[in-house]
Design a protein around this ligand. Structure first.
Ligand code: AHM
Ligand code: MG
Length: 340
């Protein structure tokens, strides 16, 4: 039997891949894994415990009902970041403003973390997979002082690490520090993440597309043309592409990372800027996609090149297999020329 590599062993082995290998980023990644185990426990109990399931009765700044588990997960991660000492501040989907930690230890922290504690949380009460998404940056403000908004609004290309945790039929943690993508599955019997998907590569093309097709008539022509192309009968495979939409970004992305395919959430009449948030949903998955050989774009611009203007900024989002993303971008360009 081959030896199992745990996440902590792997992080330590790879520490020297980081540009700044002092151990802090390793400890931060390890803290994230611990918080995610606590959240896994809460997610797994969600159907049992009325006290933690269901809507909290409050809405976040974007007007969405917050589920109790969203808040529980947010608190777990923030506590971990605040006590760890590597992080000077955070921004999350559940907090209107960013949080600058005020202890002397935290002020010395070199990193900020931007995260969505439980993405897809409208799926909790129907037992569909949900996930945590995180993005790590070096601070640009002075060490020893409070974190600033400039720390939070760095473009995705500056990320030093990014990852997600998928609370699916098993819990998986997938991350990159800019030297490839690796996936770990939580073995509940020993409480450890074990390396299960080393050096993940996204296939250049897949046979599945993922979009909320309820929006097809209220999005731009290039996207409509691409979906029509996916629905054409393909003599090579004897069928059209398959539509697969969970409505839980982490779960949809994870499938695409492994099998190939494309996820599209364009700007629409009811979401004129797009639906997904740039800094804690789109950027981290874009970094992972690129590290695995895929692409992420608004349709007109590489996601990682966008300089964020505000914390909860939304963008149109197209992510997935390289050849498929290039094809949509081509159709968008073509239809934009026709419109002019
Ligand atoms: P959330 O952060 O409020 O959970 O919203 C993000 C989710 C994504 O996980 C998912 O892909 C998308 O919103 C689904 O939106 P829609 O229901 O409009 O298809
Ligand atoms: Mg979200």
């Amino acid at each position: 039997m081959s030896k199992v590599t745990t996440l902590n062993e792997f992080i330590m082995d790879r520490q020297h891949d980081f540009a700044y290998a002092t151990g802090e980023l390793s400890r931060l990644l390890s803290d994230i894994s611990v918080a995610s185990k606590i959240v896994t426990r809460d997610v797994r109990r969600a159907g049992l415990v009325d006290a933690i399931q269901g809507a909290e009765g409050v809405t976040n700044i974007q007007g969405e009902a917050q589920q109790k588990l969203d808040l529980i997960a947010d608190t777990q991660f923030i506590r971990m970041f605040e006590s760890g000492g590597e992080v000077c501040g955070i921004a999350s989907e559940e907090n209107d403003d960013f949080v600058a930690f005020d202890s002397d230890l935290s002020k010395k922290g070199k990193y900020v973390v931007l995260f969505d504690p439980l993405d897809g949380s409208s799926n909790i009460d129907v037992n569909v997979s949900i996930g945590t998404i995180f993005s790590i940056y070096r601070r640009v403000s002075k060490t020893g002082e409070f974190a600033t908004i400039e720390d939070m609004l760095q473009s995705g290309a500056e990320q030093v690490a990014a990852g997600y945790v998928l609370y699916g039929s098993s819990t998986m943690l997938v991350y990159t520090t800019g030297a490839g993508v690796n996936g770990f599955t939580l073995d509940p019997s020993i409480g450890e993440y074990c390396l299960s998907h080393p050096d993940m590569k996204m296939p250049e093309i897949g046979k599945q597309y993922s979009m909320n097709e309820g929006n097809i008539n209220i999005c731009e022509q290039g996207i409509q043309d691409f979906i029509a192309h996916c629905q054409e009968y393909d003599p090579a495979t004897n069928r059209p592409y398959s539509g697969r939409y969970i409505g839980s970004l982490v779960a949809d992305f994870h499938r695409i990372l492994i099998k190939g395919g494309i996820y599209i959430y364009p700007d629409t009449k009811n979401h004129p800027e797009g639906r997904l948030r740039l800094i804690y949903e789109c950027n981290p998955l874009a970094m992972i996609a690129e590290q695995a050989g895929g692409l992420a774009t608004t349709g007109r611009k590489r996601i990682l090149d966008i300089k964020p203007e505000k914390l909860h900024q939304r963008v149109p989002y197209i992510i997935g297999s390289k050849l498929m993303v290039e094809r949509v971008v081509g159709l968008i360009e073509k239809s934009s020329v026709v419109e002019k």
